[in-house]
Write a protein that binds this ligand. Sequence first.
Ligand SMILES: C[S@@+](CC[C@H](N)C(=O)[O-])C[C@H]1O[C@@H](n2cnc3c(N)ncnc32)[C@H](O)[C@@H]1O
Length: 242
Amino acid sequence: MSYANSRIPTSAQACIHDGLAARLERHLSAPFRKPVAECNRIAFEQSLGGWNGVAPLILDAGCGVGHSTIQLARAYPDHWVIGIDQSADRLARRKPYPESLIPANLVFVRADLVDYWRLLESAGLRLARHYLLYPNPWPKIGHLGRRWHGHPVFPTLPRLGGVFECRTNWRVYVEELAFSLSRLLGQPVPWEVYLADSPLTPFERKYRDSGQTLYRLAIPIDSGDTRPPHHLPDPPHDFLHR
Ligand SMILES: C[S@@+](CC[C@H](N)C(=O)[O-])C[C@H]1O[C@@H](n2cnc3c(N)ncnc32)[C@H](O)[C@@H]1O
């Protein structure tokens, strides 16, 4: 696929999945007991190895090549920023930054979020900020269970607190996520069309440059951090161009 020619997810599903509410109820009523893999436990320990135990935590969940993680670490130098992705290949591709220019307050770790989120919760840790930027949409109707809000791990996410932010190029995804979070938090959860003036991730830049509408859901879940979610510096010139 050529650059700036990416497509909006196509789906036979045009609105919130009619099985989502029942699925959420099921996930709320039955604890998710899948055992945590040892490799993810080790990755979890690694992700906190350089943390001083005091700095507020930011999680960039599904960080891909990590450009957003780097920008977040630059924007919040007093936070410990953790970029997690399951793809070692993507994590290794964090161009254009040489290792020496990677901020010291971040760590990249390869792990499965399904385990990592639960490990954070079991350790009693809370996040100041929690980013879920352009998660895989899984737009087929039968793939609801692969979308994060349709997965049994989902109830763990709001329990981690922080300013939670998701961005997507699929309207149904943000509608479903808002519906699901609203059910868990017991309050309305707004979302908005988002103009990405300074794209935070390669996917965001690609979708924006393809003329797509982007959607953003950002909601504070008792983080105690009062800065607005968009206190980000402009990226360096030609940042994110690949
Ligand atoms: C569409 S990409 C978006 C990457 C990046 N946030 C961006 O916007 O450029 C989704 C990312 O989520 C990661 N991912 C999907 N499922 C995951 C899981 N269970 N654990 C960790 N990472 C996962 C994928 O490897 C991929 O890098």
